[in-house]
Design a protein around this ligand. Structure first.
Ligand SMILES: *Cc1c(COP(=O)(O)O)cnc(C)c1O
Length: 396
């Protein structure tokens, strides 16, 4: 039950946009405040030792965080949501449920910070990772060893927007009795719901689309598995990667417009992707909505729409890409994604710089590759801005 006394509908029948605004939230029983209060208190008075109202200490539980976790869970169609102070905090906390000697199969162009957690942090604790392209689920199955405990994938992936078949890989995971974690940051639950496709866990950087306003760093893990949720709640409390109540409030506020924002992100991105795909200075445009995209059919099957991210290779390598990015006025040259404002970045020099150059090249993250997070500004203005970028690139 998402709302207690006020509304008693069957919540599962409510539409996404209704849940985004109301799930986990109800007028404050004391004041009637319609907006969820920001409860900053680190501690909560008890009627007697151990006799409290559900909260004792804010690392273990906080009313504002509780509301956010309920809203997250409702949107992703999950029984449980556990919020963290960052997406990387969510990733690390999930991996803390594994043990030394365990093995994870990871998508080969996951977020650079996720690669770094596996490659530099977890390795030290004896958790091994194999990075691979997951386009062929049979190859994923062949990579499972007796030590494998988890498959970890991102779809659309970052920055190449590769599409992996969640349902097919979930079938492999079930057959081999391993968990499947899907990083759903790029798609958001508005466009794709991995738990319904058979994933064990969904992880998000709520820094991106979920908050949507580039003013919070946060993360969340979600699952329908009660035992796993209990372990994650334990790790959340024990390891302590919790978000602040103020950040929880901001993300709750951002979530209210998730559906509306995603509709505009999708519409503008598909307009710009069509235009970029036919541009003379573009070697290749990557957007799952393009018929030319290798993952288009699978994306059409598992996503409601194709998202707000585009990558493309500008002719002329690093000099052209650098000139392009410097000429932009509306798109900020910045890392991150998923905000209402448009961002552009150079994966090889920025977000994916922690991946060795050879590996980057092998993956197809070229020197001219530019990644766009298409915001919800006027799409004509965005196109004019990109035209200025191409004019500058042509002069290099
Ligand atoms: C940003 C990002 C992360 C990491 O999240 P933070 O909030 O920056 O810690 C993980 N996965 C993806 C796909 C991301 O874009």
């Amino acid at each position: 039950m998402l709302w207690s006394h006020r509304m008693r509908h069957d919540d599962s029948k409510l539409g996404f946009d209704t849940l985004a605004i109301h799930a986990g939230q109800e007028p404050d029983p004391v004041s009637g405040a319609v907006m969820t209060p920001i409860v900053l208190s680190s501690t909560f008075a008890q009627d007697g030792p151990g006799n409290h109202k559900g909260f004792d200490y804010s690392r273990a539980g906080n009313p504002t965080r509780d509301a956010l976790e309920r809203c997250f869970a409702a949107l992703e169609g999950a029984k449980h949501a556990i919020a963290y102070g960052s997406g990387c905090g969510a990733t690390t906390s999930i991996l803390l449920t594994l043990k030394s000697g365990d093995h994870v199969i990871v998508g080969d162009d996951v977020y650079g910070g996720t690669f770094r957690i596996f490659d530099k942090v977890m390795k030290q604790f004896g958790i091994a990772a194999t990075f691979m392209d997951m386009t062929d689920p049979a190859k994923v199955e062949a990579a499972v060893t007796p030590q494998t405990k988890m498959i970890w994938l991102e779809t659309p992936s970052n920055p190449l927007l590769k599409i992996f078949d969640i349902a097919a890989i979930a079938t492999v995971a079930k057959k081999k009795s391993v968990m499947l974690t899907v990083d759903n940051t790029f798609a958001t639950p508005a466009l794709q719901q991995p738990l319904a496709l058979g994933a064990t866990l969904v992880v998000h950087s709520s820094t991106k689309y979920l908050n949507g306003h580039s003013d919070v760093v946060g993360g969340v893990a979600m699952t329908n598995d009660d035992a796993l949720a209990e372990t994650l709640h334990f790790v959340q409390k024990a390891a302590g990667a919790v978000p602040s109540p103020f950040d929880c409030y901001l993300v709750l506020r951002g979530l209210k417009t998730l559906g509306v924002r995603m509709r505009q992100h999708v519409q503008s991105a598909s307009t710009l992707a069509d235009w970029l795909a036919g541009h003379a200075q573009v070697d290749r445009a990557l957007y799952p909505g393009l018929k030319s995209h290798a993952g288009h059919a699978v994306a059409a099957k598992q996503m409601k729409a194709f998202g707000g991210m585009i990558s493309f290779e500008v002719k002329g390598g690093v000099p052209a890409a650098t000139a392009f990015l410097k000429a932009l006025r509306i798109f900020a040259c910045a890392e991150s994604l998923g905000g209402v404002e448009s961002l552009a970045e150079h994966p090889a020099l920025m977000t994916h710089a922690s991946i060795p150059a050879e590996t980057r090249r092998a993956l197809g993250i070229g020197d001219g590759l530019i990644r766009l997070s298409v915001g919800i500004e006027d799409v004509g203005d965005l196109r004019t801005d990109l035209e200025a970028g191409f004019a500058a690139a042509a002069k290099t």
